[in-house]
Ligand binder design. Structure first.
Ligand code: HEM
Length: 310
């Protein structure tokens, strides 16, 4: 019987585990006798996942639009998952930071390089039919995209340039929220009137956003970077990873997105109007938005030319 596996150690560990939570080990072991073996489809929840693509029209390419957006949301989730680990890490060090940043960047690289699936993957005529069933919704209302921004940078870098001088660390979050750069897509600043796109978005997420903004005020990627020892903040690989992330999110992705939008909205059946109703050609271009997560890591010239010649 010498070749029989010895389970004593495992049993002892199980005893310890269940004793700690006041549970009877024997009952749990007996449960194992009846438990179902795991399968791929139960674990990955394939059936649930594949039942979530519900079209509003009969046009086949609407499926591409829905599925690709859902894939984006899943990837956004993974990005937030990694950022959160940097945000919460005790005794953060440069190796851990860089490793997580590279994971985050790879996800965003993937979103950028795959954007042709949107641009080339749908028939322009079909797109311009099913999009009319989507008004007044827009990818603008992706909450996770906004959370990624809040979790990446200091709030001031997300404030509309026109109002930056009036906002500092003592400004109430509510006031800062009203002057986030993306309010420009749905707010008439002279009258203060908001579009339905923005009203619906805020009704659903504003409270959550304000809480998140407060939490990440001191633990966004930039604040955590500044907590590192000075020498680590100069680590060439880390700085490169930070710059790569900033450039990918705020220029490469934005341009891929802008080009896809132009392809359909200004294409042969397009009417020039965005479903969300923004002044999109101006609003979406990186040279107008000039969103930069880590301005200290760019030269003045790079900042001045942000989004130009791309
Ligand atoms: C054919 C494909 C697409 C078109 C034509 C398009 C068009 C637009 C337009 C015109 C806007 C400006 C807001 C408005 O609707 O008025 C916008 C914003 C936005 N879209 Fe898309 N989009 C497309 C695909 C996507 C995809 C795949 C995502 C991924 C989730 C996405 C996420 C966003 C986000 C996050 C914003 C807000 C960007 C910002 O505030 O700077 N879009 N989109």
């Amino acid at each position: 019987m010498a070749h029989q596996p010895n389970h004593d150690f495992i049993i002892q560990e199980l005893e310890k585990k269940y004793k700690a939570i006041n549970q009877d080990t024997a009952t749990h072991l007996e449960g194992l006798l009846h438990s179902k073996p795991i399968t791929y489809w139960d674990y990955i929840q394939t059936d649930a996942l594949l039942s979530l693509q519900i079209q509003r029209t009969t046009l086949p390419d609407e499926m591409v639009f829905i599925a690709y957006h859902q894939i984006n949301e899943l990837i956004f989730k993974m990005i937030l998952w990694e950022i959160q680990q940097v945000a919460e890490k005790e005794a953060l060090n440069v190796v851990f930071f860089e490793d997580k940043l590279m994971r985050i960047s790879r996800y965003f690289d993937m979103l950028t390089t795959s954007f042709d699936i949107m641009r080339e993957g749908m028939d322009v005529e079909q797109y311009n039919k099913f999009r009319h069933t989507l008004t007044p919704a827009s990818g603008f209302q992706s909450a996770q995209y906004r959370l990624i921004e809040f979790a990446s940078t200091e709030l001031i870098n997300l404030i509309d340039y026109r109002f930056r001088k009036t906002i500092d660390r003592n400004t109430p979050f509510e006031h800062a929220f009203e002057h986030l750069y993306w309010q420009a897509a749905g707010k008439d600043y002279t009258t203060g009137k908001k579009s339905t796109l923005l009203i619906n978005f805020e009704k659903r997420y504003k409270e959550e956003f304000i809480t998140f903004m407060k939490v990440y005020n001191t633990k966004n990627l930039w604040s955590r970077f500044k907590e590192l020892p000075e020498a680590d903040q100069k680590d060439a690989n880390l700085v490169k990873a930070m710059r790569h992330f900033d450039y990918t999110v705020n220029i490469t992705w934005v341009m891929a997105h802008y080009k896809a939008a132009a392809h359909y909205i200004l294409g042969k059946d397009g009417d020039g109007e965005a479903t969300g109703g923004s002044d999109w050609q101006k609003y979406m271009h990186p040279k107008y938005q000039r969103r930069i997560f880590f301005p200290e890591l760019w030269s003045q010239e790079e900042i001045d030319n942000w989004g130009e010649n791309v």
